[in-house]
Design a protein around this ligand. Structure first.
Ligand SMILES: C[S@@+](CC[C@H](N)C(=O)[O-])C[C@H]1O[C@@H](n2cnc3c(N)ncnc32)[C@H](O)[C@@H]1O
Length: 259
């Protein structure tokens, strides 16, 4: 039996495989043992990814890297952008609870994926810790800034559409959700040079880019965020692998505040 997930193909999600995953778990011989046990549910999800169909989960290797950050930082609240079927919410929600944290807020645009995630979170006994917000993450982030006014949150996990990472980090900065002391972990950065350039840039470089973008925003009236170019990050990359065995990397950035 291979240790890796089946390869990602042209159609890799939203073709019924997520609902079939839930059926697979509900009829699994270990189902009774999964109640209140996130680890056993994660093992069954991995089994499905290896034997039935590819799933776009963070996986065990990168999952371990992020779990270590959670036990080191001991965040009270974590927000993830891109929840899918709940693999990261189970893994990191459990790590957060063990580290003494309060809330893991999972933002997911697809009601279908969110309903699978909610069922698995319930089965894992994590409903008190994990909250799922359904809808475009920019709407949810704006709602969160009202629920947590005037303070940065402890930690973010970016794992949604790669092209949206930079604009959404800038929105978090503008809303005050990312500020001095916030840890931002971003998955799949080996495919995201624009994001890496932003978190690694000096204040002066970001100020210049923000001035250029200001014109663009006015021209297209798009939902483009300018961010807080004065914010600096201490940032580093950790190389790892996807659940399929493909190489990938995670960027771990701590906001140092205004430069
Ligand atoms: C790679 S998957 C997330 C995997 C998940 N973090 C895990 O490891 O288990 C990306 C998810 O982001 C969601 N997504 C993409 N764009 C989004 C947006 N603008 N707002 C909220 N969710 C989004 C997709 O529907 C998909 O479920």
């Amino acid at each position: 039996m291979t240790q890796f997930y089946l390869p990602e193909q042209a159609i890799y999600h939203n073709d019924g495989r997520e609902q079939r995953l839930l059926e697979f778990i509900l009829s699994h011989p270990d189902y009774a043992l999964m109640k209140g046990c996130p680890d056993r549910i994660l093992a069954a999800i991995d089994e499905y990814g290896r034997e039935k169909a590819f799933l776009m989960n963070v996986g065990t290797e990168k999952g371990q890297i992020v779990s270590k950050v959670i036990s080191r930082v001991k965040p009270g609240v974590i927000v993830e952008l891109g929840g899918y079927i709940g693999y990261s919410a189970l893994l990191f929600g459990d790590a957060l609870r063990k580290a003494g944290g309060r809330k893991y807020i999972s933002l997911e645009v697809s009601p279908i994926f969110a309903s699978v995630s909610a069922a698995l979170v319930g089965l894992a006994g994590l409903s008190d810790t994990v909250e799922i917000m359904v809808g475009p993450c920019r709407d949810s982030l704006r709602a969160l800034s009202k629920a947590y006014p005037g303070r940065g949150l402890d930690m973010f996990f970016f794992d949604h559409a790669k092209v949206e990472y930079t604009n959404d980090l800038k929105l978090c900065e503008e809303l005050g959700l990312v500020s001095q002391g916030t840890t931002v972990v971003a998955d799949n950065v080996s495919r995201n040079p624009e994001y890496l350039e932003y978190v690694r840039a000096s204040g002066a470089k970001k100020m210049k880019a923000a001035d250029e973008n200001k014109g663009l925003t006015l021209c297209h009236e798009s939902d483009m965020s300018l961010g807080r170019p004065d914010l600096r990050y201490e940032t580093s990359v950790v190389h790892s692998i996807e659940p399929t065995g493909e190489p990938d990397a995670v960027e771990i950035s701590c906001c140092l505040g205004s430069s």
